[in-house]
Ligand binder design. Structure first.
Ligand code: NAD
Length: 433
């Protein structure tokens, strides 16, 4: 099939490469000339494990191309996939200006039946609006669909190639049939395609993210309680997750959730609810707990040093919002960095992939270190924010020798408190004894 994927960010690049890998001809297009130039040079503008190899393979096979010529890509396509960003607007709603701009370009370049599928996360009712905008510019037939994306950054290839479910929402039976054909090679072992109307598909995406975020905030809230009560949240977590009705995933307490999806999506969902006169109380609490949780590590560090970080050096390990990505959007590490800088601390930071992105925001306000051990040299405290593999079992003897005062703030509960205390470290985690 001939596809145009509009927007070459995390989602558009993965979708473009994934569909091409299954034999489709895919034109990936974007307004960002810099990004397209980078892709044309054979570089990948983001870090996503394995994506560089997948892109190179499909470009070489002639099935995947990159361009800023959006009109031509649309005219050549049977299926147009919208994968542009939907960042948060000032009032918490999703900013749909890019989606609507693309809809207009599609309308102006219609030349026969096309399916227009939105992969971007968009509020309920957006498919109707996209249809209206396209219709204003053309009398050609088309079908609009919602096809929300559920991939996880860091494991995007696996999620995309072997999806747990494919959600297709449209009021056009023809569009649903075309998209079913597109996805059938991805779900050969058993049919995991859920078809529905566009509004239900749009809501499914928000419901999924809101529920996952709820589990995290629930556990973060309990972690704070656990610490006050002298319980160990890690033991609680494992036993609670052993109930098959609950399951072990997304129960990890931590420094609050970040990323390009959960924070903006729950805020947009709450906003949508308000527009129809409904207050999503649970979602509001999830947001409140998360904002509080993001400040917890900074508070713990300040409390440890009697409220005064002047003259103190703090090492921060992990800046990306989670491991295996360079994405720092809404990352809890940024809240910590702001807090430490405002408190007068000197910050030494390390991350295997995200330092360039943080450098672009913070410049020389913090010191970026080539290795994780460089970051702890002379430090009074080490805060672990993102649980990259290499931070899981570091050389603690070396760390102890390098630090000025060996205080550990384990934001992901990945280290053994008893073992570290026996080695002479001062240790605190999230909700642990
Ligand atoms: P991104 O910011 O990485 O990429 C968006 C791309 O769209 C950018 O390259 C930008 O230049 C391009 N763009 C913006 N306006 C454009 C226009 N008018 N025409 C053409 N291109 C344009 O965003 P992302 O992380 O890939 O997310 C895209 C959408 O997918 C969002 O709605 C997001 O919520 C959703 N989503 C993201 C993930 C994820 O893990 N990142 C997962 C599921 C869903």
């Amino acid at each position: 099939m001939q596809l145009a994927v509009i927007g070459t960010g995390y989602v558009g690049l993965m979708a473009g490469a994934g569909f091409a890998d299954f034999g489709n001809d895919v034109a990936c297009v974007d307004v960002d000339q810099g990004k397209i130039d980078c892709l044309l040079r054979g570089e990948v503008p983001i870090y996503e494990p394995g994506l560089d190899v997948l892109i190179a393979k499909n470009v070489k096979a002639g099935r995947l191309s990159f361009s800023t010529d959006i009109p031509t890509a649309i005219r050549n396509a049977e299926i147009v996939i919208i994968a542009v960003g939907t960042p948060p607007a000032a009032d918490g709603s999703a900013d749909l200006s890019a989606v609507y701009a693309v809809a207009e370009t599609i309308g102006k370049n219609m030349n026969g039946f096309k399916v227009v599928a939105t992969k971007s996360t968009v509020p309920v009712g957006t498919a109707d609006r996209v249809e209206e905008i396209i219709r204003r510019h053309t009398s050609e037939p088309f079908g609009v669909a919602s096809n929300p994306e559920f991939l996880k950054e860091g494991d995007a290839i696996n999620d995309f190639m072997k999806p747990d479910r494919v959600v297709l929402g449209s009021n056009s039976p023809r569009a649903l049939e075309v998209l079913r054909q597109l996805y059938s090679p991805f779900v050969r072992t058993n049919d995991r395609i859920h078809t529905m109307d566009a509004r239900s598909a749009e809501l499914t995406k928000y419901a999924s993210n809101a529920l996952l975020a709820t589990r995290i905030s629930f556990m973060n809230d309990l972690a704070v309680l656990s610490e006050k009560l002298g319980a160990d949240i890690e033991r609680v977590r494992k036993a609670v997750g052993a109930d098959p009705r609950i399951g072990p995933k997304f129960l990890f307490p931590g420094p609050g959730f970040g990323g390009s999806c959960f924070p903006k999506d729950i805020s947009a969902l709450a906003h949508t609810a308000r527009t129809v006169g409904h207050e999503l109380e649970v979602v509001r609490a999830v947001e409140t707990v998360n904002k509080r949780q993001k400040k917890l590590l900074g508070q713990k560090i300040r409390t440890h040093f009697d409220g005064n970080l002047q003259g103190r050096t703090v090492a921060v390990w992990g800046l990306a919002f989670k491991p295996q990505t360079d994405d720092i959007r809404e990352a809890p590490a940024l809240t910590l960095l702001d807090d430490l800088i405002a408190s007068g601390a000197r910050v030494l930071a390390h991350d295997p992939q995200a330092m360039q992105n943080v450098l672009a925001l913070y410049g020389d306000k913090i010191t970026f270190c080539d290795t994780m051990y460089d970051a702890v040299e002379g430090a009074d405290a080490l805060a672990l924010v993102t649980e990259w593999h290499e931070y899981r079992a570091p050389d603690f003897h070396r760390i102890k020798r390098l630090m000025r005062t060996p205080a550990l703030f384990d934001g992901r509960n990945i280290w053994d408190p008893e073992e570290l205390r026996s080695q002479g470290f001062w240790y605190t985690g999230i909700g642990r004894r």
